[in-house]
Design a protein around this ligand. Sequence first.
Ligand SMILES: [Zn+2]
Length: 294
Amino acid sequence: MFDLSSEVLDKVTDARPQPLTSPTLVLKSALAMFWAHLGSLNALQTVSAARFWKRWLEREPISADTMGRAHTVLNVTQLRDGLHQVYRRLKRNKALPLNLGLDVAVLDGHEQHASYRRHCAGCRQRTVKTEHGERIQYYHRQASAGLVGLRTDASRRGRSLLRHALTHPCAVRRQLDRTVTQETSAWVWVTTVPQSQAPTVRVVYWGHQRWDIENLGFNELGNGWEADHIYKHKAQAIEAFLLVTFLAYNIFHAFIGLNLKPQLRDTKPAAYWVRLIVAELYRGAGRTTYQRAP
Ligand SMILES: [Zn+2]
């Protein structure tokens, strides 16, 4: 798909001197780790006996150490070019919403790894007042931009939401006496885009797309795809793993949206395909006991 190896992965280099494992294989391993939502390099190690790796990498699986080390020195500019290449292909295949010729991007800020003890050279720090006095807390933070994407479940849901767009009945539970009442909330959308460029209905639609990317994008990335996990505590590695998460996410959803037959896609949630990948890995790995190299 998207000539993934030749057009995206093979173009990413890293700064390891004479590596035994190519960056392409490191990235392919990381992509599989994210597609299966394994959540850590240790979890990846537990499924290294699966035959899948022989087919996917045409060699033995890559150790957690090598994965961490390689991501620390991966060229993130080339990785971003790879993400852009996938975007270009989606656009060329007319898989992205036209949105009247305007692209809709959503910005989101995140914090990772708040700790009083463990820190790296790239950690930010702040003073926190605790019951034991003031302490220095270490953390990482990042801002991501997501483009409102494929014509899959999200945009279909967006269209149906449009009917409820301006006034929206919802159940409210009072904290005081816990009674539930039905109330109507009103939404106001403010824009600096002129009416000629974006009719009101379209602006409301974009507003809902923004929720979709929050719920199905950043929320899904954090909770399902473990995007906030620290795979290797080095600022460069955190950035590289995050970019690979985005790459894995985009390819996964592009595959479901574009490659699956509609009968299959419409009858199974995205989580079904994740579980299928996980099943393949664990079934294979459960048959053999992995032995660490001496
Ligand atoms: Zn750090």
